[in-house]
Design a protein around this ligand. Structure first.
Ligand SMILES: NC(=O)c1ccc[n+]([C@@H]2O[C@H](COP(=O)([O-])OP(=O)(O)OC[C@H]3O[C@@H](n4cnc5c(N)ncnc54)[C@H](OP(=O)(O)O)[C@@H]3O)[C@@H](O)[C@H]2O)c1
Length: 324
């Protein structure tokens, strides 16, 4: 099979399409023919090996995993003898998690991995664009967002942010989305009640307060957001920083306002599967729609990495030839 391979950290052209052995599924393993996969910010971090601390996870001297790509959508091609949850021909969406491997024509996963049926109303690219359930894990599990609450999403036009805006509306919250001028209309269309342009104004000086600030872009901080958080407000971010690592336990012990960081990719596979099924229901009900910035064929993987490197809105999708 063909796969996008990299063997040393570097710029986008560190990745090359090569022929590699097609995996064979054994036991409880499932072989999926990949139709679409995301090229994410995490793929970019793993490819560059920077920031430096990320190499503690991705490999100190060279990458541990040579084929990137976590979220995939495709068709079950073959199954191991002990597989009973899926059948050959099933259309599925899944997340390989820290093992990567989805930037290839085939990916091998376990049946008890993060794997669910594809939303029936979406194509493979659309399905995979909703496969990162980070926003759900933050808003439902960390913020416990509910009807009548107010939330500001900083980075509302991105992959995580665009889902956060839609999920927050689903939960009945009043949503303010922060993004650049070019994406204000997109964020409004996703359901935001108000939009702020970060190139023109600083939301931390708006004079408004929110029950939750979800700093997806990671461009603000708990300290700066204190003044826009309500008395028991939550500052959530998926972007680690030294400050946040200290503030999280500190604010959990003292005061009512909380700073929260989480690594949703490290959740158990069963939780991710449950969330993929929840997202499928919402997508099929029309409550969630994917945001796709661009689709690239596997041969243009370097361009896809360049796109992500240069900053993206929504999702950059790798589509396999004549598929997706
Ligand atoms: N902890 C976890 O488990 C976890 C999981 C998933 C992702 N993440 C991290 O979460 C972050 C966001 O991921 P993503 O996939 O959503 O990224 P993304 O798709 O690249 O979106 C980032 C968004 O940030 C916006 N932005 C850029 N500069 C900004 C600024 N100064 N102020 C406000 N917004 C700004 C951009 O908006 P415009 O395009 O409108 O400029 C863009 O839409 C990444 O750092 C990623 O590594 C962490």
């Amino acid at each position: 099979m063909r796969a996008a391979v990299y063997r040393s950290y570097g710029p986008p052209d560190a990745v090359r399409v090569e022929e590699v052995p097609t995996p064979t599924p054994a036991g409880e393993e499932v072989l999926v023919r990949v139709h679409a996969a995301t090229v994410s910010v995490t793929d970019g971090t793993a490819r560059r090996g920077s920031p430096g601390y990320s190499r503690l996870f991705f490999g100190l001297r060279r990458p541990k995993w040579t084929v990137l790509g976590s979220e995939f959508a495709g068709v079950v091609e073959a199954v191991g003898p002990a597989v009973h949850r899926v059948r050959v021909g099933d259309e599925v969406v899944g997340v390989t998690g820290p093992d990567f491997g989805a930037h290839a024509e085939y990916v091998r996963v376990r049946q008890d991995g993060a794997l669910a049926a594809k939303p029936a109303n979406l194509d493979f690219a659309g399905a995979v664009a909703l496969a990162d359930t980070t926003a759900l894990a933050f808003l439902r599990d960390r913020a416990r967002l509910g009807a009548g609450q107010t939330i500001l999403v900083n980075g509302a036009s991105g992959s995580v942010g665009s889902m956060a805006v839609q999920l927050a509306k689903h939960y009945g919250a009043t949503v303010t989305g922060v993004c650049s001028t070019a994406h204000l209309d997109l964020v409004r269309e996703l359901g935001a009640d108000a939009v702020l342009d970060y190139t023109r104004e600083d939301f931390t000086r708006s004079g408004q307060t929110y029950d939750v600030v979800f700093d997806v872009a990671g461009t603000s901080s708990f300290g700066r957001c204190r003044r826009v958080l309500g008395p028991a407000g939550r500052y959530l971010s998926p972007v680690p920083s030294p400050g946040l690592l200290v503030q999280m336990p500190w604010t959990a012990a003292f005061g009512r306002r909380r700073a929260v960081l989480a690594f949703t990719g490290l959740r158990k596979a069963a939780e991710k599967t449950r969330d993929l099924l929840f997202v499928k229901e919402l997508a099929e009900a029309g409550a969630l729609r994917p945001v796709i910035a661009a689709r690239y064929p596997l041969d243009r993987i370097v361009d896809a990495h360049r796109h992500v490197e240069g900053g993206k809105h929504g999702n950059v999708i790798l589509v396999m030839p004549e598929q997706g």
